[in-house]
Design a protein around this ligand. Structure first.
Ligand SMILES: *Cc1c(COP(=O)(O)O)cnc(C)c1O
Length: 382
């Protein structure tokens, strides 16, 4: 039973067989020339696929560690940071800042909406910030932030580091590191890259690297850019043991992404998401994120009246699909579906069939096949 469950949460996402196979390989020494070459190719591909002319990192850790890494390498205690928050993961930056003795000014959107570019502009004019943080897609709400527009604003702030949390976005949402004027971007292996959890990938602009240098010695050790830079240049050097098999799995996922092409990959995510979201609405579910700021990587879906969250998600599990509960004020009122990475249209039909049957079992007035029909109709128009 367990083995046939389709995992459709916003990370970890399904891991394709060729990526899984890398996890089971015989170990190699981290200094083995074959592994060193593999690690080098991962670093080079990450830089070129997302157009980063600065430095790229791939190390063991999760998205949360990458958030800390971004803050640790760009600020010192006492600095002010502008936190643009469209939900739970945006707010997490405020917590990280508080722990480090930073002053965080938080711009909050109502859940389902997005902080306006005008509000960000106003704040940047009012005060000097050492850094600004923006969550590309907030995983609690399915809201996508206007990364390029905010990046354009930071051109007028030469001393502000633009940090983008791409954990639920990079590899699914369109991302152009230099073109969007991002200074630090990061993600985790288990989201739109479709790799097992355990690696973080981070990109840093020349401006971000210069900021790190200007900070001198920082209190953090493992996540210090300066410790990793020599290893990323020459992976034969040791700082801390690389996650060998995860590096191979990441390499395989990058091969999949290269073969598809990043632009085609984004277009696939977009066409799939818009068709899925039309299908969700046809089933009486309300997509929490407003159409102007709706992500293509995941959706937070508010139940129709009378559907019980616990009963629905148990029914989903019986139907063979795992979806995630909602967070914050939407806990019990909505559920979340990840639709990013190496998922297929066949997976979507399985997902929608399960949602239809689970909703029917919860008493919702749903026509069997209605969601799948809406999905296929929308895809054929795309
Ligand atoms: C998942 C997620 C994180 C946290 O990543 P972990 O790998 O769970 O530590 C941070 N930000 C966003 C937007 C996420 O989706």
């Amino acid at each position: 039973m367990d083995q046939s469950l389709l995992v459709m949460i916003p990370g970890p996402t399904p891991v394709a067989r060729p990526v899984q196979d890398e996890m089971g390989r015989e170990i190699q020494a981290f200094g083995d020339p074959r592994f060193v070459a593999d690690y080098k190719s991962v670093i080079a591909d990450l830089a070129s696929l997302f157009n980063c002319g600065g430095k790229t990192f791939a190390i063991a850790g999760t998205g949360t560690l990458a958030m800390e890494m971004a803050i640790a390498n760009s600020t010192r205690a006492g600095d002010s940071v502008l936190v643009v928050s469209n939900g739970f993961f945006g707010d997490r930056f405020a917590d990280i800042c508080a722990r480090k003795g930073l002053y965080a000014d938080v711009l909050n959107a109502r859940w389902g909406e997005c902080v306006s570019v005008a509000a960000v502009k106003q704040k940047l004019l009012e005060k000097h910030y050492a850094a600004i943080t923006v969550t590309h897609v907030d995983t609690s709400t399915g809201v996508r932030a206007p990364i390029a527009e905010i990046g354009a604003l930071t051109l007028d702030c030469p001393d502000t580091i633009y940090i983008v949390d791409g954990v639920a976005a990079t590899g699914g949402e369109f991302t152009d590191f230099d073109g969007m004027h991002i200074d630090i971007l990061f993600t985790g292996s288990q989201k739109a890259f479709g790799v097992c959890p355990g690696m973080l990938m981070a990109w840093a602009s020349k401006k971000a690297i210069a900021r790190r240098r200007a900070l001198g010695t920082i209190p953090e050790y493992y996540i210090d850019f300066e410790k990793w830079l020599p290893v990323m240049e020459d992976p034969a050097k040791y700082f801390a043991t690389p996650a060998i098999n995860l590096v191979w799995a990441l390499k395989k996922s990058l091969e999949i992404i290269k073969e598809e092409g990043v632009t085609a990959r984004f277009s696939r995510h977009e066409a799939n998401a818009r068709a899925l979201q039309a299908a969700f609405e046809s089933l009486g579910l309300v997509v929490l994120a407003k159409p102007v700021c709706r992500a293509v990587t995941l959706s937070c879906l508010v139940y129709p009246d009378g559907v019980d969250d616990g009963a629905f998600r148990k029914a989903m599990m019986r139907e063979g699909v795992i979806v995630a509960g909602a967070l914050g004020a939407y806990a019990g009122k909505a559920f979340r579906v990840g639709h990013m990475g190496n998922i297929t249209r066949n997976d979507m039909v399985v997902l929608l069939g399960a949602i239809e049957r689970a909703l029917i079992s919860c008493g919702a007035p749903v026509k069997p096949g209605g969601g799948i029909g809406a999905y296929c109709a929308a895809l054929s128009q795309a």
